[in-house]
Design a protein around this ligand. Structure first.
Ligand code: AMP
Length: 206
């Protein structure tokens, strides 16, 4: 795996342990030579994971819509900051740059991002593995809810099993590697690139 996309909170949460986790993950990715792809923000745990990876000499690629940059939410010391126009383009660009996806503790933005790439994988739009870093059991209630959805017959057990859920980064990276498949299944919908709603609008890098 060359690059991991990390979805993570733009706030700090109520427990300083979350910032400790974000710092550990940033440093460990750099140590392993795995580039960090993330939303490009400087606030909350997003800023912590990016700062930590940079400090340890790692590659950090941010992707952010211009409207967020105008609001001064961007981190300006990154290896690369890709500027796009919409949130849809942002997620598609992050997905293109990464080889796998992981959600660390976060809120609505984090949930929305990880569910989208997981559902894209279910549809066969890409073959990149998806997982949750279940730090301190943070995601366990969510996984329980997902099991209920499987029991109700709406989420195939194979799809749920395909989501890597591990308590620490080392175990999660191993589980993601195990889920690397050669190619995406034949797509039922638009190709991966077509998901970029304005593929004809080149992103700019600063
Ligand atoms: P949340 O989990 O609700 O804090 O949202 C975090 C996710 O949403 C991140 O992975 C970002 O892609 C996006 N996001 C939300 N707020 C911000 C922000 N202030 N700066 C950059 N990205 C943000």
């Amino acid at each position: 795996m060359r690059r991991l996309a990390v979805f993570i909170a733009s706030s700090h949460g109520n427990d300083p342990a979350y910032a400790g986790l974000a710092a550990d993950v940033g440093a460990e990715l750099a140590r392993r030579g795995i580039g960090l792809v993330y939303g490009g923000g400087r606030s909350g745990l997003m800023g912590v994971v990016a700062d930590s990876a940079l400090k340890a000499g790692g590659e950090v690629i941010g992707v952010m819509p211009r409207s967020m940059i105008d609001r001064e939410w961007a981190h300006h010391e990154l290896t690369e900051l890709h500027i796009c126009e919409t949130m849809h383009e942002r997620k598609a660009l992050m997905a293109e740059h990464a080889d796998a996806f992981a959600a660390l503790p976060g809120g609505l933005g984090t949930l929305e991002e990880i569910f989208e790439v997981w559902s894209w994988r279910q549809l066969g739009l890409h073959a990149k593995p998806v997982g949750l870093l279940d730090f301190g059991g943070f995601w366990t209630p969510l996984v329980d809810a997902l099991r209920g959805i499987t029991d109700a017959g709406f989420l195939p057990a194979a799809t749920l099993d395909d989501l890597a859920v591990e308590p620490d980064l080392a175990a999660l990276l191993t589980a993601l590697d195990e889920r690397v498949t050669g190619t995406a299944e034949p797509a039922h919908g638009p190709s991966f690139n077509q998901l970029r709603t304005s593929a004809d609008v080149p992103d700019s890098t600063v």
